[in-house]
Design a protein around this ligand. Sequence first.
Ligand code: ADP
Ligand code: MG
Length: 341
Amino acid sequence: MPVATKNTYKNLLKFTFSAMLIICLTACSFSGPPGAKNGAKKLSKTDFVLDTTATITLYGEGDGELIDRCFELCREYELVFSRTDERSELYALNRDGSAAVSDELLELITLARDYAELSGGAFDFTLGGASALYGFSSDSPRAPSDAELSEAMSHAGWEKVRIEGNIVTLTDPGAVLDLGAIAKGYIADRIAELLLENGQGSAIINLGGNVLCLGSKPDGSDFVVGLQYPFGDAERTIANVSVSDMSVVTSGVYQRCFERDGVFYHHILDPDTGRPRDSGLLAVSVVSPRSADCDALSTACFVLGLDRGLELVDSLEGVYAVFVTEDYELHYSEGFEEALF
Ligand code: ADP
Ligand code: MG
């Protein structure tokens, strides 16, 4: 794996300039938004979008119409980035193998490719064929056969995606792009922009555990974000972090999983085999200003495992991570405790 440098990261950031409008992302909570102390006013709405339960909380007077527009934005992006929705732009690209794509899809595929490169292929957004075999989001998930998996994996590989201007081409027509490991972060960043443009500077955007806190609490203090205890009750936390203007995103084995014939299956796949990745981890949470970065890196670090994941995070400026190993021990990246406790 190429050693990632801080310069590599800076180049990466250039790709998504719009997101650089210093979005005040802040802390997140996997057990719901932090309570408003001192009786701070807030307005909250929960809905099912992006195949998950999302909650958006606006602090201050709140604006119901603005919250509704945030959810509308989620639905619009679903029609761009969804692998499974037959009406989506990504679906058409996967079906046709080549397309002139929208600015948003181009931006996200470009960012996904950069993270694939940065992580030495641990983050692989071409595993859609393998993912589909398990049906993690369906009512009846299943364990694919070896033959099915090897057929699907013969078409995987992030180098099979060619980007020329706004034309994206799958050099293997059987490849299936899946942006599920980065899209929620990107969308959270876009929602934060929408809120800021409308004068809303204090909010929590929680897209199924992909959390972005905009600004700080109305009294100026940090949000306190609980990181869910793997396999514990939704309310139980393994750690809390204090953040302002940051996103916190977790990738864990307990988020989409099932058991068949005594075997445990989860949704983060090993790019070498297409099987659930066994890296000795239960979860990785990443904290940084931009939610798309957190989302991509939490998946990448989960696949890389503790040592290589820490090495990657420590090479990046302004990015922190905590790894939960199978023995429920916590392992922090450099500076994590000083910056976030
Ligand atoms: P969540 O979707 O729960 O937020 P992640 O951000 O970790 O979790 O993304 C996992 C999703 O990404 C999977 O459901 C699948 O669609 C896709 N995926 C699985 N394995 C990988 C991988 N190695 N690299 C990139 N995307 C992956
Ligand atoms: Mg992710």
